[in-house]
Design a protein around this ligand. Structure first.
Ligand code: C2E
Ligand code: CA
Ligand code: CA
Length: 657
């Protein structure tokens, strides 16, 4: 009879396409990827022996019996191996292997091992009829049973609930990967089973080998394709690859260093030289690092960070010592400008300083968020101290998030003394966290910037404003000689498009006139605020609100801008005042600066609040220079509502007396 290998040849062609594509692209050193390579090899062998077995069966008269048997052993054995490897592959990508005890791993290998034993010793029979040539007997049966067991197991693992896909970490952008893998493997298996059934029914087309390679091709294209992991613009691996690799590094149970290279001034580069240039800088950086550590895999882990996993201390030292010599620049072709990226390295020993995936991400993100851990060409080794700071921040973040949900903030009030009226004429509202047990007292100086960064400041600001309105309305503070309350507006809030509507709503709810508020905007925020700030200020001012420039003297003191944005009050920061009263007074400079600031502001016709007035001496001097309002511990600390009311009443009585 006539035999045709065209399907097998086609199948081999398909596998070759995968191989070529695979060889020429970047791969991750994942154990699942290695298993996939073995799976590929097994299906390749299966096809080869498929062809050979057809040949030997049809030429039994010329081919020695032992050769025929050997070919069949390899043919069915490689088919079993293919399915077995697919099973292991599925175990790896689903994370199931991490929780399996050794005994179970052995149990799962048993069907394969038993069929290998049968392949060696069990009898094998052949039949040749009009349809074609077949082999049958106990050896073949055992193999088919084994294959069936693995196929069923694959389905069980894929559809079992709570898969631990990436071990202990539940990164949401990885989970879709598992779902995609599941779909591609199921579809692949169905293709294969369908093709095998067609062969079984028609008994003529030798296409089951084609089925295996179609399955491999499908899984490859849908899931195992290395291109999914590469970041072509920088020539590194992408963020997704990073998130897959971190748990893999931990699963190896060997210590490693996570080395992150960060460009600090990437925003400036992007602004002045464009997005392409930032990519180019990262590409240059990747080259420099690869030069220091040949063969290193780099991951574009965060927008301006490249990360590598290093297992040897020696490589780390090479990198650290070489990094001083790096010099890459960005050159803009249009303006002939040259820009030098500033960068730093962060080195984290794992699992010593990050026990698992989640901690590793947290620490990496923490380091990237800290300005103190940035700096030209510096190398930062993660230490216990940094981890402690990170943990504190995480704990504060927990307290803060909970407090926002439960509105668990208090507002305290610090009276502001009027030198002209000789009594408290206003007060500054200052936020406090109610929870002082979880991590102790947390200064707003610490949690306000955190809240800004986490997008919580708007809600906190509203809670504070509402409490202030409630207090003012309840106590009718204006009847106690309080002309207005100073409320801090964060820079983030002050450029919020919904600011005016929210504040108006709250003031209406409590029936407090907008003229009773003086909103404090820091000097820095008022300069960075731009059009949105100007728009918000104008609308609020039209309703009657006033504005104070807070922390004058701590920003860039952009005087031109200052004159443009009008403020009713300017609050002199303590850093301008305190140096004038230090013990070791050998220069006149602080006083000259303070005097001229006061002079300038008064000549602009703006009132002054001096902050941080702690002594009578300070108060007297400031008053003599024409400062009208004074705020500080010398007069009163920030206090709760009841205490504030009695302090104000007491002072009022004194003023009248
Ligand atoms: P700030 O606006 O400059 O507030 C003045 C800070 O100086 C307050 O610290 C106050 O307690 C403190 N202070 C007042 N007098 C003295 C003094 O004589 N000596 C010393 N050493 N300190 C004095 P606090 O309450 O810890 O607030 C820190 C910062 O947190 C504030 O600085 C402000 O920027 C921010 N903040 C506080 N409450 C709020 C709020 O409700 N919203 C926003 N956005 N920020 C707030
Ligand atoms: Ca303030
Ligand atoms: Ca201030």
């Amino acid at each position: 009879m006539e035999i045709s290998f065209k399907f097998q040849i086609l199948a081999i062609g398909v596998l070759m396409v995968i191989l070529v594509d695979y060889l020429f692209s970047k791969r991750l050193p994942l154990i699942s990827t290695k298993t996939f390579t073995l799976f590929w090899a097994a299906s390749f062998f299966n096809l080869l022996f498929d062809i050979l077995s057809v040949y030997t069966l049809n030429n039994m008269d010329t081919v020695p019996e032992w050769v025929n048997r050997l070919v069949h052993q390899f043919f069915i054995g490689s088919l079993d191996a293919t399915v077995f490897l697919l099973f292991i592959y599925v175990c790896f990508i689903s994370g199931a292997q991490k929780r399996l005890p050794k005994i179970l791993v052995f149990a799962f290998s048993l069907p394969f091992l038993i069929s290998v034993v049968f392949a060696m010793f069990a009898p094998l029979y052949y039949e040749i009829n009009d349809f074609g040539a077949y082999s049958y007997g106990p050896m073949v049966n055992v193999f088919y049973i084994s294959i069936a067991i693995y196929i069923v197991s694959i389905f069980v693992i894929l559809f079992k609930k709570n898969n631990a896909y990436i071990g202990e970490s539940k990164i949401s952008d990885i989970l879709p990967d598992f779902k995609r893998a599941r779909v591609s493997i199921v579809v692949g298996l169905c293709i294969w089973i369908a093709v095998a059934l067609i062969q079984f029914i028609t008994r003529y087309w030798l296409i089951s080998g084609m089925g295996v390679s179609l399955m491999a091709m499908y899984v490859y294209m849908r899931f195992e394709n290395p291109r999914e992991y590469s970041d072509s613009e920088t020539g590194t691996y992408n963020r997704r690859a990073f998130h897959i690799m971190v748990p893999e590094m931990y699963a190896r149970k060997k210590p490693f260093y996570m080395v992150s290279f960060t460009i600090d001034n990437i925003e400036q580069i992007q602004k002045s030289m464009g997005y392409d240039m930032t990519k180019s800088v990262l590409k240059q950086a990747a080259k420099q690092i690869a030069f220091a550590i040949p063969g290193v895999r780099l991951y574009h882990s965060r927008s301006h960070t490249l990360t590598a996993f290093i297992e040897e201390r020696q490589q780390l030292d090479n990198l650290a010592s070489g990094s001083e010599l790096w010099n890459f620049k960005c050159t803009a072709s249009t303006e002939d400008g040259i820009f030098f990226p500033t960068y730093h390295l962060t080195i984290m020993e794992c699992p010593k300083y990050a026990a698992n995936t989640e901690e590793a991400y947290d620490t990496l993100d923490y380091c990237l968020s800290q300005p103190s851990l940035r700096g030209e060409g510096k190398i930062y080794y993660i230490t216990d101290e940094i981890i402690e700071q990170k943990n504190y921040r995480m704990a504060v973040l927990g307290v803060l998030t909970k407090a926002v949900k439960e509105r668990a903030f208090n507002v305290v009030f610090q009276p502001i003394y009027s030198a002209a009226k000789k009594r408290y004429a206003s007060a500054e509202a200052l936020v406090r966290l109610q929870d002082t047990t979880t991590v102790g007292f947390i200064s707003p100086e610490y949690f306000i910037p955190l809240a800004e960064e986490q997008g919580l400041i708007g809600q906190i600001g509203n809670i504070v404003f509402e409490k202030v309105c409630d207090f003012a309305a309840r106590e009718k503070l204006w009847q106690l000689g309080i002309d207005y309350i100073e409320v801090n507006l964060s820079g983030v809030q002050s450029v919020d498009i919904s600011l005016v509507a929210t504040l108006t709503g709250i003031m209406r709810k409590y029936g407090v006139h907008p003229g009773f508020f003086n909103l404090e905007i820091t000097e820095t925020a008022s300069i960075d605020g731009g059009d949105m700030l100007a728009h918000n200020m104008e609308q609020l001012r039209r309703m009657g609100c006033h504005f104070s420039m807070d922390d004058f003297g701590t920003g860039y003191s952009n005087l031109a801008q200052m004159a443009k944005v009008h403020f009713e009050l300017i609050k002199l920061d303590k850093s301008l005042i305190w140096p004038c009263f230090g013990e070791d007074q050998d220069t006149e400079e602080p006083r000259i600066i303070l005097d001229s600031c006061i002079d300038m502001i008064l000549r602009l016709g703006v009132n002054i609040v001096a902050e941080g007035v702690e002594t009578a001496e300070q108060a007297e001097l400031l008053i003599s220079k024409g400062v009208e309002y004074l705020q500080g511990y010398h007069f009163c600390r920030p206090v709760g509502e009841a205490e504030f009311v009695s302090a104000v009443k007491e002072m009022l009585a004194k003023a009248h007396a």
